[in-house]
Design a protein. Structure first.
Lengths: 183, 183
DNA sequence: GTCTATACTCTGATAGAC
DNA sequence: GTCTATCAGAGTATAGAC
């Protein structure tokens, strides 16, 4: 074996995630990742088919990290308390790791192929809302709550609240939605 | 005047919007737009400083089109009826013109510089919700409703609902939120 | 003042040698 | 599994034709 492995899929993934979080998803470059690892410009193609595959792997890793943060927030709570705590953790994640969050919820993040971590996120959300609405409408409620959080995060990132920030707009909306969802 | 103008800012904008809606924002190329207009690869730089400026112009145009669609939907209605009609029009716009919608709500769409069309969208949303909640909490309610719609649109685009579609998840969430907002 | 020609750098990607 | 070499395409800067 004239050429021994100098890297690994996980080392590449770590470096790619770092660059994505630092510079944004748009500027994630296969070549830059390779250079940071001391490799030839195309060495990564042994591990990931193309740039999109690398991005998808970063997104899956991000979904795992997000789920872990949400589970932490929910531990020891239930009902609307749990939802409120999870909502805070969700928005914190979106605020503190915007590029990684963007990759998690990017176009086709859920649909394309099989993404176990994304499926786990969805299962977690439905389980969480089951404690508020009961079994019958848990899925619909999960869509609503997740939608509200995702939307708030997106509008925040787009800068809608920069100057005309309505104090506590997030809590207000979540409270109203939980009121409306109460059985 | 030895050289008559072969193009104009609005012709460039139209062609750019067409290519963005056809191929997606990622693949909007200054060179391709120039080629479609029969110009040299870099002729557009007389009209737009760089690719980002062109993209911002397309986003502003998109915000104008979205606002027009929402105003159409609201005409002749008020209260929760108006909100429901506008919500339908909003999601239709996001579904039928996904790339343009994405440009309207993209990162820094609202914050960076002065975007009159985006400000008009925000004003419209607050006016709309004032008819439901009254003056005191109209802004917070607008954040909540817009957030819900934006989030649902984003999760739809990401493919969350592709196979486990909860029937009428959107209507369910909007209804719950309106219930919670009712004074 | 408007467009063309040219060139530079960076990107993703492929082919084939070792 | 990694390398070198190479390609096509992108954004963009500059110089100059008219």
């Amino acid at each position: 074996m004239p050429y021994r492995a100098k890297t690994s899929a996980s080392a590449i993934l770590d470096e790619a995630r770092g660059q994505l979080e630092r510079d944004g998803a748009d500027r994630l470059s296969v070549r830059a990742v390779a250079a940071s690892l001391g490799l030839a410009p195309n060495a990564l193609y042994r591990y990931y088919a193309d740039r999109d595959a690398l991005l998808a792997a970063v997104a899956d890793e991000g979904a795992r990290l997000l789920l872990a943060a949400l589970e932490d927030a929910a531990r020891g709570r239930d009902g609307t308390d749990a939802v409120r705590a999870v909502a805070g953790a969700y928005l914190d994640f979106a605020r503190m790791r915007p590029a990684l969050y963007g990759a998690v919820v990017a176009k086709h993040a859920f649909a394309e192929g099989f993404h176990p971590a994304h499926a786990d996120l969805w299962t977690f959300a439905v389980d969480l809302l089951r404690g508020v609405t009961g079994e019958a409408t848990a899925a619909e409620a999960a869509v609503a709550v997740w939608g509200l959080l995702h939307g708030i995060a997106g509008l925040e990132r787009a800068g809608l609240f920069d100057e005309r920030k309505p104090g506590g707009g997030v809590d207000f909306g979540l409270q109203a939605l939980l009121d409306g969802l109460a059985p």
